[in-house]
Write a protein that binds this ligand. Structure first.
Ligand SMILES: [Zn+2]
Length: 466
């Protein structure tokens, strides 16, 4: 029976909280603590990075102030490993870790580091913790593989003597008793490493979208600048990219050229190396954590290639122009082949725009209103860019309803809902469902397309007059 359990600190590893419990429980022997905390305690190897199977009693204490999902996301290392896995593998790994069962460890992309890994700490964070809390703890963000510094204090992380390995003998070691009192700080002067480490940490703390299906290599490829792409738009100039990469991350851990190739071909998912490419290509934290839908990128690539062929232009020029039109507010008014390209783009996007508008208007549930913002979002275009494509713009404008037109569709929907649910029809029920005022219904009644419903609503309105 657990009588008390220490509260978890910000960004503390779950393992660290349990180790502090062990230290405070006064149990001289480790075996007593493990039988409180772990199922099959005697056989358990407490996991530093992730989770074990806990007793119901321990689970109650662990989730006393927060949901299990949040605890796992904020207090274990899993967000550092699974973000860029293929969709199904990502989902299986998350489900495995949440249930503490299954072979989630094999599903994750855990780098095979040559040397034995130890729990790391930042001397300056330790000093601050001791001042603030009277003790220190194992910080989660310091354990990200290959991370060597604390960006907050711009100093190097130090290794403790506690190994992170299932090969070492099992144990629960808290930070306070395993970090020396006298600490030396080694300052890091590499600006790139400080900025990149902050980038990795910021990405790690963003939510992970389990439904994204776009492979990370494909996304990175779509962000390659023209200097790394050959004329056909297909073959990457990977050796040039790799040279720039090595120069940029001088003095930091780097991958082999073959590993980089495998990332672009969607065979490897190491978070640190993927983020190195992403940071080098100046992809923002928002972009790398909110990947677009797969179809968008593929459709664009095919579109650019066909345009390049048709106008006998280099793929890179086409891609640059299209990106300028779609991704910045600047529009060149030059004539000639480039101007033709804008028109061509307009034509090419039109069917997609029509499809999206139809989908909004024919939505089965409660009616939705067409708007520029909605179409842009579905196409994954930045704000106001659709205005630069005249035919697309006109088509959307034609389908934007006046308020009474939209209300009329809402009324039709509400009447159908009430009929479906076998509820008596009256104006107050329609008002409640649609959030409209009686006056709004009166204004919109003549816009109702379905004649039967229109008459019915007129009748309901006339009852109120009597
Ligand atoms: Zn620090």
């Amino acid at each position: 029976m657990i009588a008390f359990f220490p509260e978890i600190y910000p960004d503390e590893l779950l393992y660290s909280q349990i180790a502090r419990y062990h230290n405070r429980s006064g149990y001289a022997r480790y075996v007593y603590t493990v039988s409180d905390i772990y199922q099959n305690g005697k056989l358990v190897h407490p996991n530093v990075d992730f989770v074990n199977k806990y007793t119901p009693d321990a689970m109650n204490w662990i989730t006393k102030n927060d949901t299990w999902e949040n605890i796992v996301f904020e207090h274990t290392m899993y967000p550092a490993y699974i973000r860029f896995l293929p969709k199904q593998r990502r989902i299986d790994a998350v489900n495995g870790i949440l249930s503490c069962e299954g072979n989630w460890k094999n599903l994750m992309c855990i780098p095979l580091l040559n040397e034995l890994r130890y729990i790391k700490y930042c001397p300056e964070c330790v000093k601050e913790d001791r001042e603030k809390y009277g003790e220190t703890y194992w910080h989660r963000l310091h354990q990200i593989p290959r991370i060597r510094i604390c960006p907050e204090h711009r100093c190097f992380l130090e290794n403790s003597e506690i190994p992170v390995s299932s090969k070492s003998s099992p144990g629960l070691y808290d930070a306070e008793n395993n970090i020396p009192n006298e600490l030396k700080t080694r300052i890091c002067k590499n600006g790139t490493e400080i900025a990149f480490t902050q980038y990795v940490i910021d990405v790690m703390q963003e939510p992970i979208d389990l439904n994204i299906s776009l492979p990370i290599g494909t996304f990175l490829h779509s962000n390659l600048k023209s200097e790394y792409i050959c004329k056909s738009g297909l073959v990457r100039n990977i050796s040039k990219l790799y040279e720039d990469y090595l120069e940029f991350y001088n003095d930091m851990p780097t991958m082999e050229l073959s590993y980089m190739q495998k990332i672009f071909n969607n065979y490897r998912y190491d978070t640190y190396f993927i983020l190195q490419i992403s940071f080098l290509l100046r992809i923002s934290i928002y972009e790398i954590t909110h990947l677009p839908h797969e179809t968008y990128i593929q459709e664009n690539k095919i579109l650019y290639m066909s345009l390049a062929k048709k106008h006998n232009l280099d793929y890179n020029i086409v891609a640059d122009i299209c990106d300028t039109v779609l991704k910045t507010t600047y529009v060149s008014r030059k004539t000639g082949p480039k101007q033709l390209l804008y028109e061509e783009l307009d034509n090419q996007y039109l069917p997609q725009v029509k499809r999206i508008v139809r989908r909004i208007l024919n939505n089965k549930g409660r009616p939705e209103k067409v708007s520029f913002a909605k179409v842009q979002k579905a196409l994954n275009l930045p704000q106001k860019q659709i205005h630069k494509l005249p035919k697309c713009k006109t088509y959307i404008q034609r389908n934007i309803e006046s308020q009474p037109e939209y209300w009329a569709r809402e009324i039709e929907w509400a009447v159908n809902e009430l009929i479906k649910e076998n509820k008596p029809l009256n104006t107050s029920r329609i008002m409640k469902l649609t959030n409209m005022r009686l006056r709004d219904i009166e204004i919109s009644v003549s816009y109702i397309q379905n004649q039967e419903i229109q008459e019915l609503v007129r009748e309901l309105l006339s009852y109120r007059d009597i």
